[in-house]
Design a protein around this ligand. Structure first.
Ligand code: SF4
Length: 295
């Protein structure tokens, strides 16, 4: 049988025998599941977003805030039935949606689970943007809200910060496929997201040129109504904490310039933040919460 080619790494690992570049076997592994209140207002609402944090990641961002699970492989194996029980519990807790965080290494298993589960609330695919179009097509009709990052534009920058020189090539194709599937983000009368695309971009200190190029690309390739969340909460984590320019938080001046770009490119929908609210308090601890009784 062909090895794993779910993400642009195309590493071809036989995940039943050995982990691939993402570090994960071919069984769903998750580190926490709980109603999450730190997402955008249309995602978290008042009841929270039903986040399931999956372990492992095909990217290798030097500033990853979730290093314990992305590279540390911390997590608990779950069967498909176990994951459905986790979904049930999140809905019982009042979550507005099911938010699959870093789902890429499990895309095929998740497609089978979602075909069976038929969620009564929107399903969110919350990813780093480093996706294969073929994998996204497997999820067509099963994901309601696509929530990708666009992190980097230049190949040299994505190679340096994430070990992925092909990042933008992959992310731009993925975002266009997400737009084709579900279109521009649609909000219900209650202000909650129902379906569509919401792009996130974390502004990195000392890297405003990336922000400008990404916003320009979005403005030139997607509808004017596209929702973009311009995030200011960069916090030095992992190996990024060791070297400039990523060893500091984003300055208020840098974020002001990013917001000026956002306005200049004519976006009419999206979210900007107050840099003063940035910090590590929104980084989950990951203690297998919400997974205690599940196998
Ligand atoms: S998901 Fe993991 S195993 Fe599959 S191609 Fe990507 S890095 Fe390799």
């Amino acid at each position: 049988m062909e090895g794993c080619v779910l993400c642009p790494r195309l590493c071809g690992a036989d995940r039943g025998a050995a982990a691939g570049i993402c570090g994960m076997p071919d069984i769903i592994t998750a580190a926490a599941a709980f109603p999450h209140f730190w997402e955008e207002p249309c995602i978290s609402g008042t009841g929270g977003s039903g986040a399931v944090f999956f372990s492992g990641c095909p990217l290798g961002c030097v500033f990853c805030q979730n290093e314990k699970i992305s590279r540390g492989r911390f997590g608990k194996p779950l069967s498909g039935e176990g994951l459905m029980r986790v979904f049930d519990r999140l809905l019982e807790q009042g979550a507005h949606n099911l938010n699959l965080v870093s789902p890429t290494p499990y895309a095929e298993i998740l497609a089978r689970v979602l075909e069976q589960y038929r969620s009564p609330v929107p399903v969110i695919y919350n990813c780093g943007g480093y996706e294969r179009v073929e994998t996204l097509r497997r999820l067509e009709g099963l994901v309601d809200i696509w929530l990708p990052d666009i992190k980097f534009f230049d190949s040299a920058v994505s190679a340096k910060y994430a070990g992925a020189p092909d990042y933008f090539e992959a992310a731009s194709s993925a975002v266009l496929e997400m737009q084709r599937q579900q279109g521009t983000l649609v909000l219900g009368r209650d202000g909650l997201a129902v379906k569509g695309l919401l792009i996130r971009h974390l502004v990195l200190p000392g890297n405003l040129a990336q922000t400008g190029k990404i916003l320009r690309w979005v403005s030139e390739n997607l509808p004017r109504e596209t929702f973009v969340s311009l995030m200011s909460q960069y916090t030095p984590c992992g190996t990024a904490a060791l070297g400039l320019p990523l060893s500091r938080q984003l300055s208020a001046r840098e974020y002001r310039i990013a917001k000026e770009m956002f306005a200049r490119f004519g976006f009419v929908n999206g979210y900007v933040q107050d840099p003063a609210s940035a910090g590590s308090e929104c980084v989950p601890a990951f203690r297998l919460e919400g997974l205690e009784e599940t196998i």
